[in-house]
Design a binder for this molecule. Structure first.
Ligand code: AMP
Length: 416
């Protein structure tokens, strides 16, 4: 079932959203992107004449009630965003009576799901090494099912619009789907867009396809690099991992960051790219600083000949041109991870060159997906968010999807 094909008139819908918004010390929301992200789904249900039961987690309360992570703090913001009153259920596992009383157009927000350990389904207070762990896990899984069944009992249909947690098999993101028929469960509009974005990158590829992977480490990106290796035409690897590649090939990298236990892996990636005919683009020159700070003195030097006492912190001018060339003319583009320490304004040139090339290619018809916290922060910092095709809201979930892993939150609905 799809959300747009479902008529919510007279129905109660329980909707899993990601309202894990950042709060300041006074409980005020500092960034409401996630609330705004769910509005199209929530508004469609209300416009149809449905009643809404909204559920989410916030923070990591580890299965215990913690007022600092209470969703009651965001009730008014949700009401303002929806333009209607929002009722609050202070115990998410005891909200049947409140749900039963809901009339079409009414909204009930449940308290933080993670106040119950059943939501995540992990046994608490017992070590993984403990011989009793397996039994505790089994028991918790049974309790998780009961918890999911209780949540399901509040509603006629289930919608999952929380892409940020789609890679988790939690009570509200996946297990609950078992208690609804195929006709009464569906992805929300935000989830649909995210799934389509991943599909554009993994299956529905228009060539040439350029992927840009940056950030600090090879080790955290290796799953994605390997999955993309079979799909891309151009693969730019940049950021801190540049120096692991430079050292692996015998280069001198000064104080640059490096994963010494990943040198063989770097050589293997170079070999794989050759075998598969992928144009691997690595930094040739870099902007190095004499300390890790925005005000560091700067020099431009070869990425494989960084002087002692200096640290490669951004892509150099020659590298920036090479990156732009590999992005120019691409029809599919994926960007995850900055090309330098973009948090320091004086070391943003490499990331900016990538963002500009992506924006230009997008203007010329490319599909561009930006995902993973830091590249999203980059695009926003450079004010180019509206010049790319899609910015993913899901960090971990997006990365797992691009690694080719099945997302439990999506599979539970699609029945795959
Ligand atoms: P990741 O979390 O692995 O995606 O990495 C993102 C982080 O990598 C950002 O905070 C960047 O500042 C950092 N980064 C990018 N390039 C470098 C570099 N050359 N040296 C140190 N850190 C870097």
């Amino acid at each position: 079932m799809t959300l747009n094909n479902y008529n919510f008139a007279g129905k109660k819908a329980i909707v899993r959203v990601d309202f894990n918004v950042p709060l300041d010390e006074n409980g005020q929301i500092t960034d409401d992107t996630r609330i705004r992200g769910a509005l199209p789904t929530l508004k469609k249900i209300l416009a149809d004449g449905g009643a809404l039961i909204i559920m989410s987690h916030m923070g990591k309360p580890k299965g215990k009630v913690n007022p600092k992570m209470s969703l009651s703090q965001i009730k008014d913001a949700v009401a303002a965003a929806l333009g209607t009153e929002v009722l609050f259920a202070p115990d998410c596992a005891d909200a049947k009576a409140a749900a039963d009383q809901l009339k079409p157009g009414q909204v009930l927000l449940l308290e933080n799901l993670r106040f119950y350990p059943e939501e995540e389904g992990k046994p608490v207070g017992i070590d993984k090494e403990d011989p009793a762990y397996e039994e505790a896990k089994k028991q918790m899984k049974a309790r998780q099912k009961e918890f999911a069944k209780t949540l399901a009992s509040y509603a006629d249909c289930y919608v999952n619009d929380a892409f940020g947690t789609a890679h988790r098999k939690h009570a509200s993101t996946a297990v609950i789907a078992d208690y609804f028929s195929q006709d009464n469960k569906m992805l929300g509009l935000l989830m649909e867009k995210e799934v389509e974005a991943v599909d554009n990158i993994l299956s529905n590829i228009k060539r040439p396809f350029t992927a840009i992977m940056g950030g600090s480490k090879v080790s955290t990106k290796i799953g994605i690099i390997e999955n993309l290796m079979d799909k891309v035409d151009n693969l730019i690897l940049c950021g801190g991992m540049t120096y692991t590649f430079a050292k692996a090939q015998g280069g001198k990298i000064g104080n640059s960051i490096c994963e010494d236990d990943k040198l063989d892996l770097a050589l293997d990636i170079i070999r794989q790219a050759k075998e598969k005919g992928v144009n691997l683009v690595l930094g040739t020159d870099c902007v190095a600083g004499d300390e890790f700070s925005n005000d560091a003195k700067q020099i431009v030097c070869p990425a494989n000949d960084v002087p002692d006492g200096w640290e490669g912190m951004d892509a150099g001018p020659e590298t920036q041109k090479a990156f732009a060339k590999a992005i120019e003319g691409a029809k599919t583009i994926l960007w995850n991870g900055p090309a330098g320490v973009f948090e320091f304004d004086n070391f943003t040139a490499g990331s900016r060159a990538i963002a500009e090339a992506i924006a230009k290619a997008t203007d010329e018809g490319a599909y561009s997906l930006i995902g993973g916290g830091d590249s999203v922060a980059c695009i926003n910092k450079f004010g180019m968010a509206d010049r790319v095709s899609y910015i993913s809201t899901g960090g971990g979930a997006l990365l797992e999807a691009i690694e080719g892993k099945v997302l439990p939150g999506v599979a539970a609905i699609k029945g795959e």
